[in-house]
Design a protein around this ligand. Sequence first.
Ligand code: ZN
Length: 173
Amino acid sequence: MSGESAPRATVGSESLERAFGGTAACNACGARVAEYRVVALFLHETAAIRAYCARCYPAAADGDYHAGGDGLRLDYAAFAARFGAPGPPPPPTTPVDRMLAALVADPALRLLAPGSEAVARRRRRVPYPVRVGFALDGATSEARMSVAPDGRMTDLAGDPAACDRVRALLAGI
Ligand SMILES: [Zn+2]
């Protein structure tokens, strides 16, 4: 599966729906809840699995990625071994998903909207408008940018610390 958010559990040796045990901290609002829902974001070789409370789940299932609570980041093989294969092995990544995966890999990332190119395409605006948020020095720092399907980034604007972070992360790919 490439670039899709998969809100439903797949059949595997372990339940994706209960990946975080009895309770989990919502990635969007931070609430610790027993009735959490899980969203797995697939960026080709990377699966980013995040828990959400009932209130925050709809936006997450629609493709906005948050990383402020309980989560797991696995490569495709590790995901398949633990939860069952979500689909055929992923095709080669796209320039846009390579960029988004580099942002998702940053431990300081708190928000990425949209979380994948598949979601960006569904939102039907090209170049893709992308919002990104980081926790830097104890504060939330946000930036916006436009990303073309060929991976070219333009119009980077927002908090200077977030802009610097985006430039640094994308320079590394
Ligand atoms: Zn929440």
